[in-house]
Design a protein around this ligand. Structure first.
Ligand SMILES: *Cc1c(COP(=O)(O)O)cnc(C)c1O
Length: 352
């Protein structure tokens, strides 16, 4: 660290992304990426792109992509904000709407406290219930920026829409961000309430259900006023933060929506299969509406399970936070990958 760095940033505890190791070939079940490639039409769209056009800036209004998304969700283009991954949007949301303070659960996406610290936002972490679910009553009439991942990560729990609506309704003077990174795996989306509540911001990503984590594309749906606020910030930092290729891929992805719906169904089937197998091996598996499972075993230390799997070239995500350190978060891959995980797990349990 240099002596030139602003004091606020000196103490910052940065977000630690999941490993992307290069030393061997791993079955990667640690960062909730899709095991499936983008749709064939998306690959074709990229091939058709004229690379020479990269000399030109991308369209800062992204009107073509916005109107496709607007049509898909039955909202107006004015209700859509696009940015370089949903992390980017969450960052802007803390920057724009966090001045009265923020609240989110104690066990949730690890980036929220980082954004809060970055923007000097006071924040309160509300403990999940004993069963690792959110009690929506904890978030009523708070008059602060509220950030809820629904389904939540790393637990996988999904709250019904009426609970989310109660939170939005009771906080009319502050923004409620619903982070729906995993909603396509069985959750219920809040975006349908957009017309009813001007304080609702639903945040979505192409990274998980759209097989495009590496292209960096996220979007938010909200009232025109909130979207304008986010545009103000984006146009004060980097109006071109979505490159031409990603915008093209984003459009082709919307056109191929049914491909992704099928892949999500497959992931949900494999999730239930894996949960069943782990339960048979005496794991406690939290109910999940996401593309991962959060599981622990009564006789197998969480960190040890992670290490033993890694030795067998299977990567899962372990968090050292005390309340969840006996758990591991296991991304749902293909059925073959999950069978490999189950086989390795049996070995580990036998002490082989
Ligand atoms: C993966 C994830 C994101 C980040 O997605 P990007 O669009 O890749 O930045 C946001 N929120 C949650 C809860 C996530 O798990």
């Amino acid at each position: 660290m240099s002596k030139y760095l602003k004091e606020l940033y000196q103490g910052l505890e940065v977000y630690t992304p999941g490993e992307q190791p290069k030393d061997a070939v791993y079955i990667k079940l640690n960062t909730n990426e899709s095991p499936f490639p983008p749709a064939p039409a998306v690959v074709e769209a990229l091939k058709k792109e004229d690379v020479e056009n990269l000399r030109l800036y991308s369209d800062p209004t992204l009107s073509a992509l916005k109107s496709k998304l607007a049509k898909l969700y039955g909202v107006k283009s004015d209700n859509i904000f696009l940015s370089n991954g949903s992390d980017d949007i969450l960052n802007f949301a803390f920057m724009a709407f966090g001045h009265k303070g923020a609240i989110f659960p104690d066990i949730t996406y690890g980036f929220y406290p980082v954004f809060a610290e970055l923007h000097n936002v006071d924040y309160e972490e509300i403990p999940l219930k004993e069963d690792f679910t959110i009690d929506y009553k904890d978030y009523l009439s708070k008059d602060k920026l509220i950030v809820i991942a629904n389904p939540n990560a790393p637990t996988g729990d999904s709250r019904p829409l009426h609970e989310i609506e109660e939170i939005i309704k009771s906080n009319p003077h502050s923004v409620v961000v619903v982070d729906e990174a995993y909603v396509d795996f069985g959750g219920v989306s809040a975006y349908k309430l957009t017309e009813k509540y001007e304080n609702l911001l639903t945040v979505r990503t192409y990274s998980k259900s759209r097989s495009m984590a590496g292209a960096r594309l996220g979007y938010a749906i909200g009232s025109k006023e909130l979207i304008d606020d986010l545009m103000r910030i984006k146009f004060s930092t980097n109006p071109y933060n979505i490159n031409r290729l990603t915008a093209t891929l984003g459009e082709a992805t919307v056109d191929a929506d049914s491909y992704y719906t099928e892949k999500c169904k497959e992931i949900m089937r494999v999730r239930e299969y894996t949960a069943q197998k782990l339960t048979e091996l005496s794991f406690e598996v939290l109910p999940s509406k996401a593309n991962f499972l959060f599981a622990k075993h009564p006789d197998l230390d969480g960190a040890k399970y992670y290490e033993e799997l890694k030795k067998r070239h299977i990567l899962v995500r372990h968090f050292s936070k005390e309340r969840i350190c006996q758990f591991n978060r296991i991304t749902i891959g293909t059925k073959e990958q999950m069978d490999a995980l189950i086989d390795a797990t049996k070995e580990i349990l036998k002490g082989e």
